[in-house]
Design a binder for this molecule. Structure first.
Ligand code: TA6
Length: 300
């Protein structure tokens, strides 16, 4: 595990060559490469990596709110998608699969832990102003040869309960969105945010294909979604303790309208598959915790 010389990122590499890079700003995974150096996440060429705004790409972390907040909540002035992705997290340490004697195993893995809590120096000041709760977040990133797992644990250290959303806003890299199909959503209800947030049902037969702006909050029965290109499966995204998967592609016009989305035809090389719990407010009682994880497995 190494640090960038400006201390803004943590890089971990396995002895077999797989590599993950995490920006301390937002604890945002900004790169995940397999042993042959193929990048698995999409990162905009115009992504801000200097802490001036949420990273466009990689795996932004959405907490405590998804989207903008309804007026009835006192947190209505929080930034879109909350403050976890716009705060500077602390690197808490790493653990590897190497045994104590130091010889490497044939299934190497490394886990990086990051922390953000109320009162932390790196907390986005908007948070303190509009999220008056004592909380602690631990975010773990685990890399092994064939997968990347990210886990979020949010504990309520306050004497009152709070309500929140949590979501892992993963930008998967694909070669050509027009050849992509997604399975594992058949029969699932979804809120179609492109079509005035209507609730619809995904047909059971045939995969989901992306032919235009797509912005859907699914509540699937199964906990795994598979992303294929042509007839080749590429990613299997399994979620744990998350009830939703958001599928998002901005397509041409929305990509055009996002200042930090580059190149503009980059919508053809990305698909957001976002495990989370965002269709209802999760109440976390004082002293309780909310946890969730995604595992992205490389297939084929
Ligand atoms: O996850 C889908 C979504 O909520 C879209 O509606 C779009 O807003 C996207 O997130 C990106 O949001 P951002 O705040 O990162 O520009």
């Amino acid at each position: 595990v190494t640090f960038s010389d400006d201390n803004s990122r943590v890089i971990a590499e396995l002895p077999t060559g797989e590599r993950v890079e995490v920006l301390l700003y937002g604890a945002t995974v900004i790169s995940w490469k397999d042993a042959s150096g193929d990048e698995k996440l999409w990162l905009s060429e115009a992504a801000k990596l200097d802490g001036s705004k949420a990273v466009r790409g990689g795996i932004p972390l959405v907490f405590p709110v998804f989207g903008s907040v309804p007026d009835h909540l006192k947190t209505k002035d929080l930034p879109q998608h909350g403050f976890a992705r716009t705060s500077r997290w602390e690197f808490l340490g790493k653990s590897t699969s190497e045994s104590l004697e130091g010889e490497t195993t044939n299934d190497p893995s490394v886990k990086l832990d990051f922390g953000l809590s109320s009162g932390a120096p790196g907390l986005d000041p908007k948070a303190a102003a509009h999220w008056p709760y004592k909380f602690n977040l631990i975010y773990s990133v685990t890399l092994n040869r064939e997968s990347l797992t990210t886990n979020i644990l949010a504990t309520n250290d306050d004497s009152q309960s709070f309500e929140c959303h949590v979501l892992l806003h993963t930008y998967l890299r694909v070669n050509d969105i027009t050849a992509v199909s997604v399975t594992g959503l058949g029969g699932a209800q979804y809120v179609d945010k492109v079509d005035s947030a209507k609730t619809k049902t995904q047909p059971t037969e045939g995969p989901l294909t992306i032919t235009g702006e797509t912005d859907r909050v699914y509540t699937p029965a199964e906990n795994t979604v598979t992303v294929s290109e042509g007839s080749t499966e590429k990613y299997r995204v399994t979620r744990d303790k998350f009830s939703n998967v958001v599928v998002w592609n901005p397509w041409i016009d929305k990509a055009e309208g996002l200042a930090d989305f580059a190149p503009k035809d980059g919508y053809r090389q990305m698909l957001c598959i976002e495990p989370g719990t965002v269709d209802s407010w999760q109440t976390v009682e004082a002293g309780d915790a909310l946890a969730g994880a995604q595992t992205i497995s490389l297939v084929g």
